[in-house]
Structure formats: structure tokens, C-alpha cells
Design a protein around this ligand. Structure first.
Ligand SMILES: [Fe+2]
Ligand SMILES: [Fe+2]
Length: 249
């Protein structure tokens, strides 16, 4: 049905940002020729204008249709306004060519704060989009920067969405198939009810846990199942999880 690539946490402008790793990842992504590529925030380290310009120059090298949502680092120093100028929409939707899949991108960032929040009005908009997609029997993906369920081995939880309970309830109730996020720089998969929650590692920052390597996620979504693969930019590719699709029934 669709091949999706999910990368996150580029951190362009950081001391520990590595351009050659990002360029290598972009080459790997273009070789995969995905239907869509989704970037779940922290494109920049500080939200500075020049960091956004540099980040968008890298992202322009990605050949597939692209959706980008902001992270907490992107909303520092009026980066929330700069994001709109350079990358346009902070939330929105994108479909694959055959319109069998819809990605709904959310802005979970708050200016100059690290915690995340979807907020009531954006949640209502999300619910309408999920309902439309359900009526069209589309595969429904939500993309946002902050994780909704805590990620193991990432220390004491501080940055899960402030309205995680409400958003989680809404996602499950509206039969969301897949929720993808970043922020913790740690790849992980949870399944709750019939919804799969996947976090991505960082694609090009050396802010890594232990011996983790930079990585991005690949979702091979078929009619009856989803395969979730982790691609280490300087390592190997391996299967993280595989599940049957159950939400569109
Ligand atoms: Fe990050
Ligand atoms: Fe973040």
C-alpha cells in the first residue's frame, strides 16, 4: 500500500550535529524511493533563522513528498514564526498517490518551552481529519514531535504531552493506525489497543544513548500488516516490529 520513511531530530546548528551523517541518510532515503517522508521536528538546535535555512536546504534533497512538523527546539527564539516562513505549515495533512493513506501532522511545540501540548482546538481538528479518513477507509497516521507514551530507558519522564491522556483517548477512540514521534532520540514501539506508537531515534545528532547509532524508521504498510524497520545510518537495517492491521475494519 505505502512505504513511509520517518526521520526526526536533525538538530542542525548543534555542536553535535553531523552533516555527513545526515547526507548519508538522505541518500539512503532516496534509494528507498518512499511514497512519503515524514520529519517529526527538532530540525534545528535553537530555532534560529539561519539554522532553518540550512535545515531546509538539506530537506530539499529528499526526493519524495515531504511532511515536516516542528519540535520544541524549533520553537525557541521565535522559531515558531520562522518555521512558518521557511517551511510553511506547522500542522496539516498529506496523502499518498493512491489516497489509501493519510498522515495528519500536529504541532505539539510551545514557544520557548520544552514540554509538548496538542491543545483543544488542534485536537478537534485532528478528530475531524481522522473521521474523514476513517470514512474513506484510509490508513491513518498521526505525526507529532513529542511522545505520548513514556519511552523506556530515557530517565525520569518530563516531556510527555501535557494533554497526553486526552490525546491518547482520542487517538484510540478514532481508530488511529499509527502514531509517529521523536524527541527522546530513542527508537521504540508500543501497541495500545489497536494503535501502534513508534518513536524515532535522531538521524544526525550525536546526542545518543549509550552505543546507539543514528537512525531513521521505515514503515512498510501493506493491506493486512505493517512492518516497522529501523535503519541505522552507519550500521544495519533490522525489523523492530510487525503487526496485523486492524483499525480499518
Ligand atoms: Fe531532539
Ligand atoms: Fe525535542
Amino acid at each position: 500500500m505505502a512505504l513511509l520513511v520517518h526521520l526526526s531530530d536533525l538538530h542542525v546548528g548543534a555542536m553535535n550535529f553531523h552533516a555527513e551523517i545526515l547526507l548519508k541518510a538522505i541518500g539512503q532515503i532516496n534509494d528507498l524511493n518512499p511514497d512519503l517522508t515524514i520529519v517529526t521536528g527538532d530540525l534545528t538546535e535553537n530555532g534560529y533563522y539561519l539554522e532553518f535555512l540550512k535545515a531546509s536546504q538539506y530537506l530539499e534533497k529528499i526526493e519524495s513528498p515531504l511532511m515536516v512538523v516542528p519540535g520544541n527546539h524549533d520553537s525557541r527564539h521565535v522559531g515558531n514564526e520562522t518555521f512558518e516562513e521557511v517551511l510553511k505549515h506547522r500542522h496539516g495533512t498529506i496523502e499518498n498517490d493512491t489516497k489509501t493513506l493519510k498522515v495528519i501532522g500536529l504541532d505539539s511545540s510551545e514557544p520557548d518551552l520544552d514540554y509538548g501540548k496538542v491543545g483543544r482546538s488542534q485536537q478537534i481538528w485532528m478528530e475531524k481529519e481522522l473521521q474523514k479518513a476513517y470514512n474513506e477507509k484510509q490508513y491513518k497516521v498521526i505525526a507529532l514531535h513529542h511522545h505520548i507514551i513514556p519511552v523506556p530507558k530515557t530517565g525520569r519522564e518530563r516531556n510527555v504531552l501535557a494533554d497526553a491522556g486526552d490525546v491518547l483517548f482520542s487517538l484510540i477512540n478514532n481508530k488511529t493506525d499509527l502514531v509517529i514521534s521523536g524527541h527522546k532520540h530513542v527508537p521504540h514501539v508500543w501497541k495500545l489497543e489497536n494503535t501502534i506508537f513508534v518513536t524515532a531515534g535522531t538521524v544526525s545528532s550525536l546526542k545518543l544513548r549509550g552505543k546507539d547509532l543514528n537512525s531513521f524508521n521505515i514503515y512498510n504498510i501493506k493491506e493486512d500488516c505493517i512492518e516497522i524497520n529501523l535503519r541505522q545510518v552507519q550500521g544495519k537495517k533490522y525489523l523492530l516490529a510487525k503487526y496485523e492491521n486492524t483499525c480499518r475494519n
